[in-house]
Write a protein that binds this ligand. Structure first.
Ligand code: ZN
Length: 150
């Protein structure tokens, strides 16, 4: 298992150092902000929808390595998906990091996102990892208030 952990850490490290889709969309269809007061992570998620499909997605933020890597991988995972698929993925992801009973069945659907499964052992980190996904849900819901993990 040590090798697997190392691989996971490498993926997270890579995404935290070189986050994908880290920019602002000038004309987003919807967007939302999120905050994790426990760690100080802040994120803003922008979505450009074409009907029900997420045509483009980007984020801006300041946070720890886990929150940045999670946001980066979230954008890569939901680009080109429908709203419904993105919501399902968000709920799978949050289920995985909070160790929900059905988490084992989710792991296949989550694919690469499984690199975050190790955070469930660290409650503080669960909030860092799930912030991007909770903010994505808020953007999809077109909620106007900022998401807080508290
Ligand atoms: Zn954090």
């Amino acid at each position: 298992m040590a090798d697997l952990d190392e691989l996971y850490q490498e993926v997270i490290f890579d995404h935290s150092k070189k986050p994908r889709n880290c920019r602002k969309l000038e004309h987003p269809t919807c967007d939302a902000g999120g905050h994790n007061p426990l760690c100080g992570d802040r994120i803003h998620v922008y979505l450009e929808l074409d009907g029900e499909t997420i045509k483009d997605v980007a984020f801006e933020g300041k946070g720890c390595a886990i929150s940045t890597a999670s946001a980066s991988m979230m954008t890569a995972a939901v680009k080109g998906k429908t709203r419904a698929e993105a919501r399902a993925l968000a709920s799978d992801f949050v289920g995985m990091v909070t160790d929900a009973p059905a988490a084992a069945e989710l792991s296949e659907r989550l694919g690469k996102l499984n690199v975050f499964s190790g955070v469930k052992k660290f409650p503080v980190r669960v909030k860092c990892a799930s912030l991007a996904w909770r903010t994505l849900e808020a953007a999809l819901d077109e909620r106007q208030t900022e998401v807080s993990t508290e």
